[in-house]
Design a protein around this ligand. Structure first.
Ligand SMILES: Nc1ncnc2c1ncn2[C@@H]1O[C@H](COP(=O)(O)OP(=O)(O)OP(=O)(O)O)[C@@H](O)[C@H]1O
Ligand SMILES: [Mg+2]
Length: 472
């Protein structure tokens, strides 16, 4: 839904066009002179302008120039009484985007205006699309055979079906870190009737509070010092589609109130604007925080919480998904075997036992990383438990004990006696794995990276059971 400005001295046309566009859900302002048109433009900041060529005070070309001085990008659709080519060229040169000849068919007018407004929004969307694989998503991407995961997929499918036009309820996705909340959000969108509309995602924790408002709501030119140009916000960019607010628990309380208003009224106001705009977005919000606790701390608004929590999706922790750790591990193994060109690679029974026994505090993300590192560093076709970056406690009893590493072992076991392997050992092991992952398994490169000799690194790798095969 967009806001349009019609500047035309022919009142019957303006009135009819306005009525017609409003019936389609758009907001329309009209002005009968060029001067009035320019002030109306500054006030309502429309998504597109319809401009008559001949006006009683100043001519259309001058009006275009004035509008362009305010906004370089807003689409302008020029209307002329007679379709002369010279006129069309002049109008385009002056900065019009499209031209219609009177008499204008209203259906035609609406179609072109909506197209023009869309094209401009597209620019905002593009930058958010680029970074993610488009279309990736849907229930099929959520791997897992456990009963809880089957229930989860069913719930997502049911929720994705709920879409009352203009009144879509928001959905709150809750789960520990790395459980797949983002995947669930994508499945909600791509399983819904909105699948061909934009899916816009923003991480509320990644953007400073003072910038988040203008990111979400957009701003008018001059709304604040750095606002050199008018900018569409992401909520507008998501119009007709889905807005995914990740880490909603981090959103500042003031913003929460504004967000609630958008959800309840389907309206927003750009920063520095008086004009309200209608939007139709499905809001998905995700968090790994206990929002009820945040409410008690005064950090989260109860009214927003209750609005969001009408439809809740709980994503279970990996340790609560019976047998899925192995299913997922094999899934990721296949993925990375393809990516890193290591066909035929597999886990041995010690590795499978370790994967099944681990508690996965970092959930699926942790599992995925563990498998990726193991594939990257694997020298042979078989991955054993020792090649998995897991705390020693998760390894089966037969796991190699750390060699008598003098001081390190003493300090470490004093600091962390309970978990079999020592903390320092673990940190060292992780550092090695990281350096090796960065160097793509190249030992010399990893050694340079760590500032040790190649031999020292080899020794350390052996110590941690990482020393099979690859050299460099
Ligand atoms: N069921 C699953 N099947 C396949 N891949 C999964 C599954 N769950 C999660 N993943 C993968 O695990 C990684 C982490 O998932 P995601 O980013 O969705 O987690 P999250 O819950 O949003 O975590 P955070 O709270 O840290 O943002 C991603 O690479 C995702 O593709
Ligand atoms: Mg996430």
């Amino acid at each position: 839904m967009a806001t349009f400005l019609i500047v035309d001295d022919e009142e019957t046309f303006s009135k009819n066009a306005a009525k017609f566009l409003e019936k389609g859900g758009h907001t329309v302002r009209t002005a009968a002179t060029g001067g009035a048109g320019i002030s109306a433009f500054a006030e309502c900041s429309p998504d597109a302008v319809v401009l008559d060529f001949r006006l009683p005070d100043i001519d259309g070309l001058t009006v275009i120039a004035r509008i362009r001085a305010l906004d370089a990008a807003v689409p302008i659709l020029m209307i002329t009484g007679h379709g002369s080519i010279e006129l069309a060229v002049e109008a385009m040169k002056a900065g019009a985007n499209d031209l219609l000849t009177k008499p204008v068919a209203l259906g035609d007018l609406r179609q072109r205006l909506v197209q023009l407004a869309q094209r401009q929004l597209e620019a905002t969307r593009l930058q958010y699309y680029e970074t993610r694989e488009r279309g990736a998503g849907g229930l099929g991407a959520i791997v897992g055979d456990s009963a809880v995961m089957q229930e989860l997929r069913e719930r997502i499918a049911r929720i994705a079906d709920v879409d009352v036009e203009g009144a879509v309820p928001p959905v709150l996705i809750i789960g520990e870190t790395g459980t797949g909340k983002e995947l669930v959000a994508r499945a909600c969108h791509f399983g819904s009737a909105r699948r061909d509309r934009p899916f816009i995602e923003i991480n509320c924790a990644a953007i400073p509070a003072n910038l988040l408002e203008s990111e979400l709501f957009g701003h008018e030119r001059g709304a604040f010092t750095d606002a050199k140009e008018r900018k569409h916000g992401l909520i507008e960019a998501a119009d007709g589609g889905t807005l995914f607010l990740d880490e909603i628990g981090e959103m500042d309380v003031g913003m929460q109130a504004k967000l609630l208003k958008v959800i309840e009224d389907g309206k927003l106001r750009r920063v520095g604007s008086l004009q309200e705009r209608k939007v139709d977005v499905c809001v998905l919000a995700a968090t790994n925080q206990d929002l009820e606790e945040r409410i008690r701390q005064g950090a989260f608004r109860a009214d927003l919480y209750f609005r969001l929590a009408v439809l809740k999706i709980r994503v279970p922790a990996l340790r609560d998904r019976d047998g899925d750790a192995l299913v997922l591990a094999r899934h990721f193994l296949a993925e990375f075997a393809r990516r890193y060109r290591k066909p035929g690679i597999r886990f041995d029974s010690t590795a499978e036992a370790a994967l099944a026994a681990h508690a996965w505090p970092g959930n699926v993300r942790e599992l995925r990383n563990v498998v990726e590192q193991a594939v990257l560093l694997a020298g042979a076709d078989v991955i054993a438990a020792g090649a998995l970056m897991l705390p020693q406690s998760a390894l089966p009893a037969a796991a190699p004990t750390a060699p008598p590493g003098a001081a390190t072992a003493t300090i470490a076991s004093a600091a962390d006696p309970a978990d079999g392997g020592s903390t320092l050992d673990r940190v060292e092991r992780e550092m090695l794995l990281q350096a090796l992952a960065v160097s793509g398994g190249n030992v010399s490169k990893a050694a340079r990276e760590l500032g040790v000799s190649r031999d020292t690194l080899r020794y350390r790798m052996d110590k941690h059971g990482l020393g099979n095969g690859r050299s460099g």
